[in-house]
Design a protein around this ligand. Structure first.
Ligand code: BT5
Length: 271
């Protein structure tokens, strides 16, 4: 039953047959409703799921953003998580969020011709509105990564103005809003898995620098005046760069440069 519910939109057998990915998608778990695909993927790891396992759901009742924030996940979106088991230290694995962001940005541009932007650290935007969010979580043993789960949410076939609460209206959009039509979720899912596979492979083999350069080529906030909230701190300054550790460098109003590892960026309104 569950399989049919999802396969109405995504035919997983057909998807797996056509999938050109070395790591991702050999095992795909799907459900019409789950709490959070990230939580589900973590449970699957505890049951022995190997790298590349994917958990996908039609809707999430407890979709999560960073710091326990709510991620709205209505029907029509693409909500999935992949299991990774990289032989990396935790400081390296935090860069996985850029791997996913780059893959999403490239795919949305190539499939739909959208002018997408990446926003530090984990967003993909169209015209300043969030179309995709990424939640990278990891479990570590000492300095080493035991496993990581990359959760990706793409607002696809729904009208953001109808399904989201009012506070999100100016800040969120969907593929349907941008394109004026529904997209083929199965194609989007397949191409995303393939690109993720490819970018992840490059990251492991060639390191972070080239991935970061590509990610920065989409980063519309660089060189702009921004407001960064990090914990209880709010900082105003010029977004200078994202460095090789994934930190955001901003020049504060007193001229000093500060590196930020965790936070949220918004463009400063012009006065
Ligand atoms: C994120 O967090 O952007 C990470 C979102 C990750 C979602 C995926 S879906 C599959 C997997 N399973 C999960 O449970 N999560 C992952 P953050 O940067 O903290 O942004 C969260 C904020 O984005 C919220 O506080 C809202 O303001 C806004 N938001 C919530 N739902 C949204 C949506 N669908 N589209 C755009 N913005 C949204």
């Amino acid at each position: 039953m569950v399989r049919n519910a999802v396969s109405a939109k995504i035919n997983l057998n057909r998807l797996q047959e056509g999938l050109r990915a070395k790591r991702f998608g050999k095992r795909i778990f799907f459900s019409s409703v789950v709490g959070s695909t990230n939580e589900w993927a973590k449970e699957l790891v505890l049951l022995g799921a190997p790298e590349g396992t994917v958990a996908i759901a039609q809707t999430q009742t407890g979709g999560r953003g960073r710091l326990g924030r709510v991620w709205f996940s209505p029907e029509g979106g693409l909500w999935f998580s992949v299991v990774l088991k990289p032989k990396l230290k935790a400081a390296e694995a935090v860069k996985l969020v850029f791997v996913a962001g780059l893959a999403v940005a490239e795919v949305l541009r190539e499939l739909y011709g959208l002018k997408v932007e990446t926003k530090w650290p984990n967003d993909v935007l169209v015209d300043g509105r969030k179309i995709c969010g990424i939640l990278a979580e990891m479990s570590t043993v000492g300095e080493k990564v035991n496993f990581a789960v990359l959760g990706i949410g793409v607002n696809a076939n729904f009208d953001a103005g109808k399904v989201f609460p009012e506070e999100l209206w100016g800040n969120a959009t969907s593929l349907m809003n941008e394109l004026g039509r529904k997209v083929k979720l199965e194609e989007l899912f397949r191409v995303l898995l393939e690109r993720l596979d490819c970018v992840y492979e490059q990251f492991l083999k060639e390191g972070f620098s080239l991935i970061l350069e590509r990610w920065k080529s989409y980063a519309g906030f660089l060189g702009k005046q921004v407001v960064v909230t990090s914990g209880t701190e709010t900082l105003h300054g010029l977004a200078l760069d994202v460095d090789n550790e994934g930190a955001l460098a901003i020049r504060l109003e007193d001229g000093t440069v500060k590196r930020i590892f965790v936070g949220d960026v918004s463009l400063r309104a012009k006065i």
